[in-house]
Design a protein around this ligand. Sequence first.
Ligand code: HEM
Length: 549
Amino acid sequence: MLGDSVMSPAWTAGLLIVATIAIWGFHPLARWRYRSFRGPQPLWLLGNLVDFVRKGTHKVFLDWNAKYGSIYMFMMGPNPVVVVNEPEVGRALLLSSDQRMNFRGAAELLSGDDKAMQANNLAGLNDKERHRDLKNAWLPMFNSASLGMSTELINRSAEHLCTNLAGYARQGKETNVWRDFGRMTMDVVGSVAFGVDFHTQENDGSKNSEEAQRLVEASAQIFSENPIARVGWGGLVTLFPFLTPIVRPISQRFPDPAAYRTSQARKKLRSVVGQLMKDARSAQAAEGKVAPLKVDVDVSAGQQAAEPAAPRQRKALAPGSFLKHMLGSKHIASDQHFSDIEITAQAFIFLLAGYETTANTLAFTTYCLATNPEKAAKLMQEIDREAGQGEISLEQLRGMPYTEACVKEALRLFPPVTALARQAQQDTVILGHHVPKGAGIMVPVLAFHHSPEIYRNPEAYVPERWMEGTPEYAQDSQVQGKWMPFGDGTRVCVGQRLALMEAKVALAHVFRRFSFKLSPGQVPLDVVCPLLMKPTTGVFVTPMLRNEE
Ligand code: HEM
């Protein structure tokens, strides 16, 4: 009887399926194709995902790089990923490749508007031509002339931040300065990109300020999503990509808690950008034409000039005109205006990318300065000498190299983006190894930033290493690719000039009025890295007024 059932077709099919999954879980084909690489031992089915969950993305690469040298591979579930652990080679790779890695997993479960936002935003899209057209449209937003026109708004946001900090200082009250900076950076995005006041720095319990709080929280939630180490439905499709069409509708009907929080957050952001888009369309209709708002600014005059102006950089976009400018921009080959989805998706990523990255940078810089009082004193000297009172101009910032060095050094120690990911578009050879088409490739920026082979005393906060002519500068190796917090190549951060300028203006405002006492128990700072590296709970300080006010 038993013998009959064991031999039945159903049993045979069942056994075959189990055997196939068991063998598939060892990923024999990938292991054969990548056999020339060293790397951590993958687990059955999970590959090396457990390491990401256990240690966090940032620590994994630091550990592996020390063990496996210049190039190695690991398994992200069934997906092989090659890690290029040589700054010069990594940089060359970024210069020559423009396709972001497709992480599969959770992103594949998006549908409808969520998918449209993801697939069409500048950071998410992988279509060469559309990426080029949209990036060209973004760029004028960040040229010197446009930034010059935004200076006043950024100063205003920084002043508002200082007013809030002064309130805590007078009461001797501790604050999570990471959150304070976050409310400021969102304020800047609102005014500089969209010409609206998001009220994020108001904390008076009013309807406006509560709404603003929800916007900031929604953006923070999206950055809490880990594209690699996901549990729940996202994790399931990372491990079994072929199940995606079946899992997608189920996951939407019964989302896991993390996916639910993120989908609510995305909804909130979509409603904000939807409203902004509606307003921009109405304004356009009122004007009766589609015309990019362009103002000619003579960059040779005064504070606008931050770099020699190429002819196409002479056009400045007035603050707040991002959407209006996008509505007037076109695809080059087809001469078609960008679609509403394309434009809304750019607004969506502007909100997200413009907020947390810069807030984290400012919080990390404040932490570094609070733990290195002699560097903070040097910074204050420069600020007192150059920035005086009132608004801080681009011209003044140019005379403040130490302020810039303080930000650069914090970005070295704590780059919000810890690794850059690309997808091989064809078979290629990297450092003598054959890398097959379709392979994921990672460039572990954080590991370069902490390399003792490049930086002398890499764990120390030494802004002087960014100032040519100093002994500290001379002691470090000047290898290309050693500092890439903004990436490089075609996919380099489009907002880096805004981010750096905003960070310097904010630091100058803050450090000319305050010094900071770090609350106990925060050294070394506890950080996590779901999507971006950030303080686990925050940076807690008590601001102290430097002078009687
Ligand atoms: C300190 C602050 C910032 C840091 C550290 C940072 C970092 C980065 C990095 C590393 C990339 C490239 C990722 C890759 O190569 O795969 C990137 C891309 C991008 N960033 Fe930033 N970013 C910052 C601020 C901003 C701001 C203020 C904006 C606002 C507009 C922005 C918008 C973008 C966009 C749209 C992309 C995609 C570019 C493309 O794919 O062509 N970022 N950022």
